[in-house]
Design a protein around this ligand. Structure first.
Ligand code: DSN
Length: 422
């Protein structure tokens, strides 16, 4: 835990919030599947002197002087990312996953071009073409869905039909609430058939790919992958764009990130990405990635044994989506609040074809990246899943809920957040 000695002296209000958050993270369980705990090394890099430096441009081609160390840092980050994802090109400057997707669209498309992406209500992401985003004023988004929410299989026939009809320039795979592996070969086949780029937003599963716990879309011929660095990959908040082997595409992406859309890169953040990539290159990270999947399976079993409907009937990755309204008569919002009080943080989530509103949907989404960082195995993951079900089934039993809160605290003490992974 950081002691924030300078902030403590200088800014007691911010210090109080930082201290509060340190305790919240230490004393509760993080089950939001897009969150994780980074090492102290990543935090040091993120809070380093590099925040002082302007470095517009790329290594060896900068607009300002004084770039000896920034060039070293960014080159290391790029080389490590390429090694981690076995690809030819990496841009490490995008500030987040949305920015990475925006840069990728602007690099590969002209205004008015079409993107075929996964429907948000079936697991896709806002930046994959939801009408609330400004992107939909510039590009035309068409969608594909699951054929059956109980199996999770994508309707590839319908996808091909829509692709032939709408002639997308990008066939986009990727999701933020989908618990299964996609059929990458099918995506590439459809993209090639209509002359589109095959792109995957791997933000959620980047760490699983890096840790070789799941397949890499690049091995199936995807052209580009966009990502965040802070989810399963366990780095600082940030974005990443990877190009498999096409230098022309990589050049377009670099040019669009800077100067097309961004100014000076956040070099402190890039240093933190480099540190996290090095951690992910270590053999221990592969064990971590595999354990994430095992822990999710252990949670799956408890929910199914308790008669809770899981979307796609379970999981093949790090996350689960439970229809708690349909199964337990508790709304997603109620479940999120109750579980938070018990020391378990997760998020309410719409389920496919949800009849309830997004702010109080039928489902909850949860996952295992952060608890696995805490070294939970299947045993503790199953224990937590059972406690979650108990909370939701006993929502009016104050005594029982207090006992569960205590059990969570004890688990957190037994499994402190690690400071280092090497
Ligand atoms: N907010 C992220 C998530 O939770 O999946 C996606 O952007």
């Amino acid at each position: 835990m950081n002691d924030y000695e300078h902030i403590k002296k200088q800014d007691p209000e911010i210090f109080a919030s930082l201290e509060g958050e340190e305790h919240r993270e230490a004393e509760g369980l993080e089950l939001i599947p897009s969150e994780n705990y980074v090492s102290m090394a990543v935090r040091e890099a993120n809070g380093s002197c590099l925040t002082n430096k302007y470095s517009e441009g790329y290594p060896g081609k900068r607009y300002y002087g004084g770039q000896t160390y920034t060039d070293m840092v960014e080159t290391l980050a790029i080389e490590r990312a390429k090694k981690l994802f076995n690809c030819g090109y990496a841009n490490v400057q995008t500030l987040g996953g949305a920015n990475a997707n925006i840069a990728m669209y602007f690099a590969l498309l002209q205004p008015g071009d079409t993107v075929l992406g996964m429907d948000l209500s079936h697991g896709g992401h806002l930046t994959h073409g939801h009408p609330v985003t400004y992107l939909t004023k510039i590009f035309n988004f068409v969608r594909y869905k699951m054929k059956d929410p109980n199996t999770g299989e994508i309707d590839y026939d319908e996808m091909l039909r829509v692709a032939k009809e709408s002639k997308p320039k990008i066939v986009l795979a990727g999701f933020s609430a989908y618990p299964r592996e996609l059929n990458y070969a099918k995506f590439v086949e459809i993209a090639r058939e209509v002359g589109a780029y095959a792109v995957m937003d791997i933000a959620h599963i980047a760490g699983l790919i890096a840790g070789k716990a799941v397949k890499s879309p690049f091995d199936f011929g995807f052209d580009v992958m966009t990502s965040t660095t802070h989810k399963t990959l366990r780095g600082p908040r940030g974005g990443l764009i990877l190009t498999r082997d096409n230098e022309e595409i990589a050049k377009k992406i670099d040019k669009m990130v800077f100067p097309g859309l961004q100014g000076g890169p956040h070099m402190n953040n890039i240093a933190a990405k480099a540190v996290a990539f090095d951690e992910a290159l270590q053999p221990a990270f592969q064990t971590y990635a595999v354990q994430i999947l095992k822990n999710a399976k252990a949670m799956e079993k408890i929910f199914l044994d308790n008669g809770v409907r899981l979307l796609t009937s379970g999981t093949s990755n790090h996350l689960l989506l439970a229809d708690v309204f349909g199964s337990l008569g508790i709304t997603g919002q109620e479940a999120e609040t109750l579980l938070d009080q018990a020391g378990i943080t997760l998020n309410k989530n719409s389920i496919a074809d949800d009849t309830r509103k997004p702010m109080d949907p039928s489902g909850i989404r949860f996952g295992t990246p952060a608890i696995t960082t805490r070294k939970f195995t299947e045993k503790e993951s199953a224990q937590v899943a059972q406690l979650m079900v108990d909370v939701m089934k006993n929502k009016s039993d104050e005594k029982k809920l207090a006992a569960i809160r205590e059990e969570i605290r004890t688990l957190c003490k037994k499994f402190p957040i690690p400071e280092s992974f090497v």
